[in-house]
Design a protein around this ligand. Sequence first.
Ligand SMILES: Cc1cc2nc3c(=O)[nH]c(=O)nc-3n(C[C@H](O)[C@H](O)[C@H](O)COP(=O)(O)O)c2cc1C
Length: 201
Amino acid sequence: MKKILYIKANIKKYGDSRTFKISDRFVEEYKKNNPDDEVIVLDLYKERIGFLRPEDLEKLLGKKDDEARKNSILKYVYQFVDADKYIIAAPMWNLSIPAILKAYMDYVCASGITFKYTENGPVGLCKGKKAVHIVSRGGNYSEGPAKEYEMGDRYLRTIFAFFGITDFTTIAADKLDDKSEDVEAILNQAIIRAMNVAKEF
Ligand SMILES: Cc1cc2nc3c(=O)[nH]c(=O)nc-3n(C[C@H](O)[C@H](O)[C@H](O)COP(=O)(O)O)c2cc1C
């Protein structure tokens, strides 16, 4: 039985969020194909993820005892390493990811847990796992002149690789705020791709 961590980063709820329309179908299809696996939903807004405080830094950098493991922000990084696969659903905000997702990544980057320092530099401790990033965007950042301004998917792909997770797939629905586009068709295409990727995930 595999554990799948479904990380949701949007203030909009299902029905309003186009990103969640795609990611929820991904999860539905995944569950259909892997009924024994456990999908853990982590809604970052419901969790009220905040920014790192001085006492959090002490926990991240300090001794990882049982108390810290259960009763501090360290619970998020332990939950993270306990998972086998990751589904991240986040719209593009200001060329990147919503700030709450970056704040969450600050919780999850903990030396000795997701990565470690060695004589030869940092090494990821989450090898063999896989991730999918599901994103919707107003403009087109998959190709064309704006591609180089895209910093959300690039950041996630890089930080996951830093943890040792190089099996990283992106499912992007671009141009959803472009009035000249058939937005429903773009969404449907992304949902079909998501369902196909979910079958093999
Ligand atoms: C705060 C905010 C910032 C945004 N910044 C961008 C942006 O930089 N580039 C872009 O193409 N779309 C941007 N958008 C548009 C969203 O990415 C787009 O509408 C997306 O489909 C929203 O997904 P959702 O329906 O799941 O919330 C932004 C939207 C919001 C609310």
